[in-house]
Design a protein around this ligand. Sequence first.
Ligand SMILES: Nc1ncnc2c1ncn2[C@@H]1O[C@H](COP(=O)(O)OP(=O)(O)OP(=O)(O)O)[C@@H](O)[C@H]1O
Length: 504
Amino acid sequence: MAAVLKSLVQKISFGNSDSLQLKHKTSIQSNTSNTGLEKKKRKPGKEPNKIPVHHRISNYSNSAEYISDIENHIISKLLDADKKDITVDHIEFVDIPDTKANEEKDVKQENTSTKLDKERIDRMINFDYRYVESKQRTRLVHKKVYKHEHNADAGKKNSEEIVNISYPAVEVVGHGSFGVVVTTVINETNQKVAIKKVLQDRRYKNRELETMKLLNHLNTISLKYYFYEKDGEDEVYLNLILDYMPQSLYQRLRHFVHLKTQMPRLEIKFYAYQLFKALNYLHNVSQICHRDIKPQNVLVDPKTFSLKICDFGSAKCLKPDQPNVSYICSRYYRAPELMFGATNYSNQIDVWSSACVIAELLLGKPLFPGESGIDQLVEVIKIMGIPTKDEISGMNPNYKDHIFPNVKPVTLARLLKGEDSDALDLLSKALRYDPRARLPPLKCLLLKYFDEIKIRDTDAYAKAQCLRIFDFDVQTELGHVPPAELSTIEVALKQPVSQALTSL
Ligand SMILES: Nc1ncnc2c1ncn2[C@@H]1O[C@H](COP(=O)(O)OP(=O)(O)OP(=O)(O)O)[C@@H](O)[C@H]1O
C-alpha cells in the first residue's frame, strides 16, 4: 500500500501548480488468470487479457478532485463493460513528461502531497473492489458461527445459537482502516452478505460487535452471524457477517459527479429522511452515538433508495459524566465542538455530520473540505461565520483561545442558491455551532423539507411506503417524546407539516 501511495503521490505531483496535466492508464484485467485483487507486477511476456482504460484529464484545481475522477472513471468502465467476471489487477499511472521547469518539481511535489487526504487515497485504491463480481468459485468454506437474533421484546436478551454455515471461498474485496470487507452469499439461506474481518485484541471485548448486537432497525446494518478465527501467527480475528448493501453514498454521489449531473433532489430527500430516522433510533433507543457519519459509512440501494448506516467501529454510548476523546469522526464531517477540543460532547455531533453529508449530496462536493485539523475549522468559519462567545461556550466552556481568522462568511444561503428553501432551512437548523441549538434528529424529520414524500397518492409517497419510512415504533423510537407532544408528533411524522393539526 505504501509503495502504491508513494507512486500515486509522485505522479500526481507532476504538472503545474494550478492544474494537473496527467494521463493515466488503468488496466482492468479479465479473470482468466489467477491474479486475484493484489496489485502485482506483471511478468514480461505474460500479458493478461485486459480492458485498458485511457483517460486524459486536465484543469483539476486540486488533487482530491483528480483522484475522485479516476475512481469514478474506473467504476463506470467496470459497470459499462458489464463484466461479471473481472477483477482489478492493478492501477497503473503513466505521467506525461512535465514540460515545466524541472527545478520547480520538488517543491511542487511536497506541496501537492501534503494536500492529499490519506483516507481518499485508501478509498481510491480500494473503493471499487466491491463492484467487481468475484471469480466463479467452487470451493465452499464451512464455519461454525454464532447466529445473532435480535429479540424485539424490550428487556429480553437476544438469542445466540451456534450454527453451521458455508459460503464460496472469498477474496479480499475492500479495506477500511480497521478491517477487510468481503462479500459472499450464504449457501444455506441464499442471502448476500458482507463479512468484515477485524483484528481482535484478546484483552477486550470488541466494541463494534457489542454495539451491533444492540441494533435492530431498518436503517442500520444488522449483524447476522459472527465467528472468530486464528491466523498462522496465532492472531485472533473477529468476522462480522452483515446485511449486504450495494453502494455507499460516496460511490453513489461520485456516479452523478462523473456524469456531470446532480443527484435527483427526491433521492437526496429519501436518504436524508432515513439518515435522521436512523440517528433518532441510535440516539434514543440504543443510546449510541455513531461518531463517524460520512458518505462512506452510509450504504444505499439506488434501486429502492433504501439506506443503512454501517461501521459502528467508533460508536459509543456517551454518558454525561464521562469524558470522551475529541479526536474522532472523519475530518470533513467533524462537528465544531470536537475541533474545540470538547470531551463532554453529545449525540448531536452525528447531526452535524449528517447535515454535512446532505449538503455534500446537494453540492456534489464536501461542504467543509478542510485539509488539516485546524484548516477544518477555517472551512467552517468561511461559511458559518465566526462563532459568538455564547456559541463557543456551548461547544466547550473551557475554550479560552478566541483568535479567529477575519473572514466574511459566504453563508449557506449563498452557497445553496437555487436549492429548495426548505433544504436550506433543514441545513441551517442542523448546522448550528452550539450543539444544544442544533435540531435533534426527530425534529429534523418534522421539517417542511420532508413534506414532499408525505403527500398521499404520489409516486414519492408510494416509494416511502415501500421503504416503511413512516413506521415508527411508539414504545421505542418515540419513547423519549414527552406524552403531551406524542400525538402531534405522530401526526406530523406522517403528514405534511401544513396539514398537521397543531404547530410544532
Ligand atoms: N454491510 C456492508 N455491505 C456492503 N459493503 C459494506 C458493508 N460494510 C462495509 N462495507 C464496505 O466496506 C467499506 C469498509 O467498511 P467499514 O467502514 O465498516 O470498515 P472500516 O475498517 O471501519 O473503515 P473506515 O476506514 O471507515 O474506518 C465501507 O466503506 C463499505 O463500502
